[in-house]
Design a protein around this ligand. Structure first.
Ligand SMILES: [Fe+2]
Ligand SMILES: [Fe+2]
Length: 461
């Protein structure tokens, strides 16, 4: 069976041709994107498939799949050899190399995380001891360091063990997580939103001025510029800084808060957070807005939000991103009194609550889903057939199953499976998204020796 690049198919349909796959196309969550018998003549269908992260489309001629040009003539597909549909094979050396890269990345990620945690600990300690003063340069350096690392390594912190034992510990990790996940969502949003605006203007300008403008004259557009993104990243890092001035006995209380106590906790944003920023003469509007409004209502009549001095449409988009990431991190963090909830379930819940309320929230949430859907190399996933698998490449993802369907360890290293390349309903090799993405440390006893050897590097817990 041929697999063709989606951009090639888009170019055929764009010129007035047609595409029929002859096989159902699903996204990696198992959602049907295209039925096998549909002849695609609208390019938007293919763009939607591409936006779902599917880049290679199988065409099954045995089921009358094929391509047609604008005159209705069938485009002859290149004959394929018998093994063209089999999984790409990986040599022992390829796999060794990938596992070693993961070990190094994991080691580097845990060092970065540990360093950032030490810095936020110092920042919070300084605020406590001085009644509000802290070193903003240290915030900027920490955030820049984290962002440089993340720019090269997608989602690299998400599988580190982050069990949290005290509120302080939670605050350190939460600051780093909201900053790193928030920036990833913000970048994805910025890229997608810029592209959407570019497309709109290109088409609009083209229609308005016809041939007076060509693609070469349209400059790339980014909604937020790099300096602004850096300020927002600092804002994400400091969003809960006001909590440092909330009494410990309230923050560490292990039973439900009284209404008076809850009223005090709320002041961490619009009162204490702003107080600390002002005391440090930080007047940056991005940071202030994030500190003040990250618990605001995202739609009319949303409950348990504060403060109320701005309607949702006046809340900047980066603040809305911060609020969504804040909820996400709180729900996916493991605490002494609660288990971590699976990230996909959390995103689904957030999507259900907010996406229908406003098209811009929906746009943000699409970026959100893309970012947290990444399976970082070195993490462990559960397959729907009950096997556990080690991710060696986030593209696909490419995984090595290491237990049988009953959870018993298989000592011999198995062949990697490229989950993304399996279009047939081979559900047994799909990821079970009800189960959390976890760190190898969490299932250390079940690991075969070839993975165990590679996870004995320092972790951040
Ligand atoms: Fe907060
Ligand atoms: Fe928070």
């Amino acid at each position: 069976m041929n697999k063709l690049n989606i951009d090639y198919l888009i170019s055929i349909v764009d010129k007035g041709g047609g595409v029929k796959t002859g096989i159902d196309i699903f996204n990696e969550r198992g959602v049907l994107l295209l039925e096998k018998d549909v002849i695609v003549s609208d390019v938007r269908i293919l763009l939607n498939i591409k936006n779902n992260g599917v880049h290679d489309i199988p065409i099954n001629p045995d089921n009358a799949g094929g391509l047609w040009d604008q005159n209705g003539n069938q485009i002859i597909l290149k004959p394929v050899t018998d093994d063209s549909d089999s999984e790409k094979s990986y040599s022992e050396t390829d796999i060794e190399k990938k596992i070693n890269e993961i070990t190094q990345l994991r080691h580097a990620a845990s060092i970065k995380y540990r360093k950032a945690k030490g810095n936020i600990k110092k920042i919070i300690g300084d605020i406590r001891s001085s009644g509000g003063q802290f070193d903003f340069d240290l915030v900027e350096n920490t955030v820049t360091d984290l962002l440089q690392f993340l720019a090269k390594n997608d989602n690299a912190f998400s599988y580190l063990t982050k069990e949290i034992f005290s509120f302080d510990d939670y605050l350190y990790n939460h600051s780093i997580n909201v900053c790193t996940i928030g920036v990833a969502v913000l970048n994805k949003f910025n890229e997608n939103f810029g592209a959407a605006i570019n497309k709109f203007f290109t088409e609009f300008l083209f229609k308005t001025f016809e041939n007076d403008i060509d693609d070469a004259q349209v400059q790339p557009f980014f909604y937020y510029l790099p300096d602004e993104l850096e300020d927002m990243a600092c804002g994400f890092f400091l969003h809960d800084v006001g909590k440092v001035l909330i009494p410990d006995e309230i923050l560490n209380k292990d039973s439900a808060l009284t209404s008076d106590e809850y009223a005090i906790v709320k002041t961490h944003s619009f009162e204490k957070g702003i107080e600390i920023l002002e005391r440090n003469k930080l007047h940056n509007a991005f940071i202030k807005n994030i500190a003040k409004y990250h618990h605001c209502a995202l739609f009319k009549d949303e409950q348990n939000c504060y403060p109320y001095d701005k309607p949702p449409f006046e809340i900047p988009l980066y603040v809305k991103i911060c609020k969504l990431v804040d909820i996400y991190d709180a729900m996916t963090s493991k605490r002494i009194y609660k288990e971590a909830i699976n990230p996909i379930s959390v995103v689904t819940e957030i999507f259900r609550k907010y996406a229908g309320k406003d098209p811009m929230l929906r746009f943000i949430l699409h970026s959100f889903v893309k970012v947290v859907g990444i399976h970082p190399p070195g993490s462990i996933v559960f397959l729907q057939n009950g096997q556990m698998a080690y991710v060696i490449d986030s593209h696909g993802p490419l995984v090595i199953p290491f237990t049988d369907t009953n959870g018993s360890t298989i000592a011999a290293r198995q062949e990697p499976i490229d989950i993304g390349s399996i279009y047939e309903k081979r559900n047994s090799f799909q990821i079970d998204r009800r189960k959390p993405l976890i760190s190898p440390i969490d299932v250390y006893d079940s690991l075969p020796s070839f993975i165990k050897e590679n996870v004995k590097s320092p972790d951040c817990s």
